[in-house]
Design a protein around this ligand. Structure first.
Ligand code: MG
Length: 375
């Protein structure tokens, strides 16, 4: 089997889970001479980064793979990494492009061998994962946001992660009193046992002193998952936060390379390492990082807040490992999960089950994908 066509594309979509903001990502469609088509995603997010990733595939990496046997995923991965030595040492755009191509090759391999991806990765360490409603708080009052969150638990989700500082009217991440008021209100509605996580994120600028105060205050309301209180390179700040609190600290979604993750994991500051297979050199790169996470005795959580392709890749990778505590889903119906895939991944009774279709298992609606193209 040979690769005969590689088509990168930039997509633009409206995301109901982010207050109907306009967001971007890139896909690559890889076709073989046997008619098998594989799909992959590079989670570049910004239109200029999407354009750059598309260009890297179109003018460089895609050409390297034309005519090659798609089943040789690891050999191709090394070739792509080697080729990008000049501009990809720190990951970034090169890693988004490699992610998309590597994911598509694994999709082809699964389809060609008629096996779901998790089996190619070594098999299922579990049959299902607890579904997490991964949301961006957007409503104007704590009460409205708390009601929305309680609704997700009522719908079966087993935990909820709330992004602070996002689009909309929630204004979370500004003052101590306001943010504690939010957590208090949510806890009141969801009850004492419901698992609530907070994702501080890029738009909220905490210093260490504030982070320590907030983390301790949140812990009083049973919130012990603090994600991205600082950028992942501020290891000294993470060390201080860790020394001062008992919360689970989660970070990593902005990193791309094995070296960067190695430094983060060795620092010992994070309990749960966020990894995105559409950013971290694909399925192959993810596996290498996950091995480091496991040997350090930590957990990983897949960052998959984009399309059905990355959600599927994340689910297979999480099923094929003992290290993933949850599976995040965007709870509101959205184009990148529900329009482009005829079989979107959903939870059943709060569980996300292992997929059994070959490859990634995403039944792509190509027409729907092409309607979202801007590049
Ligand atoms: Mg996050």
């Amino acid at each position: 089997m040979r690769i005969v066509k590689i088509e990168p594309m930039g997509l633009r979509y409206i995301e109901p889970n982010d207050y109907n903001s306009t967001r971007h990502t890139m896909f690559v469609r890889v076709e073989t001479d046997e008619g098998i088509v594989g799909w992959g995603e590079g989670m570049a997010m910004w239109p200029e980064a999407v354009a750059a990733t598309v260009a890297v595939v179109e003018h460089g990496l895609g050409r390297l793979l034309l005519g090659a046997d798609p089943l040789e995923t690891l050999a191709h991965w090394h070739r792509l990494k080697e080729h990008t030595w000049w501009y990809g040492l720190e990951g970034g755009i090169a890693s988004f492009a490699i992610s998309a191509l590597d994911m598509a090759l694994w999709d082809i391999k699964g389809k060609a061998l008629e096996q779901p991806l998790y089996k190619l990765l070594g098999g299922a360490c579990r049959d299902k994962l607890p579904a997490n409603a991964s949301i961006h708080a957007k409503l104007a009052t704590h009460e409205e946001n708390a009601r929305e969150i309680a609704g997700y638990f009522a719908a079966g989700y087993r935990s909820c992660k709330v992004g602070f500082g996002k689009n909309g009217h929630a204004r979370l991440g500004q003052t101590m009193e306001y943010d504690i008021g939010f957590v208090r209100e949510v806890r009141k509605l969801i009850g004492p046992d419901a698992e609530l996580m907070v994702d501080i994120g890029a738009n909220v600028k905490w210093d260490v002193a504030h982070a320590v105060k907030m983390t301790k205050a949140f812990a009083e309301y049973g919130v012990d998952w603090i994600e991205d209180p600082f950028p992942p390179n501020r290891l000294a700040d993470y060390r201080e936060l860790r020394a001062a609190t008992n919360a689970r600290i989660v970070t990593g979604e902005r990193l791309t390379t094995l070296d960067q993750y190695d430094a983060l994991i060795r620092s010992g500051v994070a309990d749960v390492i966020a990894i995105d297979p559409a950013r971290t050199d694909g399925i192959t790169g993810f596996g290498q990082i996950a091995a480091l996470v496991g040997s350090a005795g930590r957990k990983f959580n897949t960052h998959c807040w984009c399309s059905a392709l990355t959600t599927a890749a994340s689910l297979h990778l999480s099923i094929a490992s003992p290290l993933a505590p949850i599976m995040e889903l965007k709870p509101l119906r959205n184009p990148m999960q529900h329009d482009i895939a005829r079989n979107p991944i959903e939870h059943r009774d709060g569980w996300v089950h292992k997929p059994e279709e070959p490859g990634l298992g995403v039944d792509i609606d190509e027409e729907a994908v092409r309607r979202l193209r801007f590049l």
